[in-house]
Design a protein around this ligand. Structure first.
Ligand SMILES: Nc1nc2c(ncn2[C@@H]2O[C@H](COP(=O)(O)OP(=O)(O)OP(=O)(O)O)[C@@H](O)[C@H]2O)c(=O)[nH]1
Ligand SMILES: [Mg+2]
Length: 251
């Protein structure tokens, strides 16, 4: 390979998947920040036909930026289905590393390089979490009530699923592509945000090492949260279902 080929072809592909629902105020700025991290970065926005036109903004910006991709979904709306579709598309695209993160800047692009560096660590984790629960990480920007809900959910998941990581609810993660293939991401069933815990549980059960890197989680500044009591309760129920399926050997 010539020197110029080496310059135009990054050594590996890092695809950042971002599920969006009504994130018109965030999506373009977030994509720009991610793409600025380096030539190996690509962004895949997985939008569920947002009424605020998020997908149109991505489509238009993508015409000028070949590293920005859109997966525009019009059926099966939901954070879980969108996450699954995003992972599968990223694998089809030939990603070596898949980053997943929210669009609302709670997951700040500035932390991604340190997470990827950790994925390259000599002890070879197959998954790296951006974590609020390890030394140097924080969750201080959100209301006290939200912090307590997250802590309670974390304790519940750790006890029920026997997962040892400090931040089981982190949806800010870097995956080796081979981890996603090994745990058969195509077989995940969660329709909502509980896909975060489903994938974490499946990774831990597969004996794949999981590392945590500190991040500062910040509250969304623009746009509306989709979280509500029904989604929260659905999440708790899915965790119970995962435990039950594991006990019965049907997971
Ligand atoms: N494609 C798609 N994305 C979704 C859907 N629901 C939420 N999202 C995205 O998933 C990410 C997380 O959703 P948020 O609404 O921020 O929920 P949250 O982070 O649990 O709650 P907050 O802390 O209040 O922001 C964001 O990027 C959303 O736009 C959905 O139905 N489809
Ligand atoms: Mg959020």
């Amino acid at each position: 390979m010539s020197a110029s080929d080496a310059e135009s072809e990054p050594a590996r592909r890092v695809v950042c998947t971002v599920p969006t629902y009504n994130e018109a105020e965030n999506v373009v700025d977030l994509s720009r920040e991610l793409l600025a991290l380096g030539p190996e970065y690509e962004v895949l926005v997985v939008d569920d036909d947002s009424p605020d036109g998020t997908w149109k903004l991505v489509r238009d910006a993508g015409e000028r930026e070949p590293r920005l991709h859109l997966l525009h979904r019009t059926r099966d709306r939901g954070r879980g289905a969108a996450g699954r579709a995003g992972f599968l598309r990223a694998l089809e695209m030939g990603a070596d590393v898949v980053v997943e993160m929210d669009a609302d800047f709670s997951h700040q692009p500035v932390f991604v390089p340190s997470m990827i560096e950790r994925l390259d660590g000599a002890d070879g984790p197959g998954l790296v979490l951006g974590s609020r629960g390890v030394s140097g990480g924080s969750d201080a920007d959100r209301s006290y009530v939200r912090q307590v809900i997250t802590l309670a959910a974390n304790a519940y998941i750790r006890v029920l699923l026997g997962i040892r990581v400090r931040d089981c609810n982190s949806g800010f993660r870097c995956w080796r592509a081979e981890t996603l293939r090994k745990i058969r991401v195509e077989d995940t069933f969660s329709t909502g945000p509980a896909i975060v815990q489903e994938l974490l549980f499946k990774t831990a059960r597969a004996g794949i090492p999981i590392a945590e890197v500190p991040i500062d989680f910040v509250d969304r500044k623009r746009g509306e949260s989709t979280l509500n009591m029904r989604i929260l309760m659905q999440g708790y129920t899915t965790v119970l279902k995962l435990r039950w399926m594991a006990l019965r050997g049907t997971l």
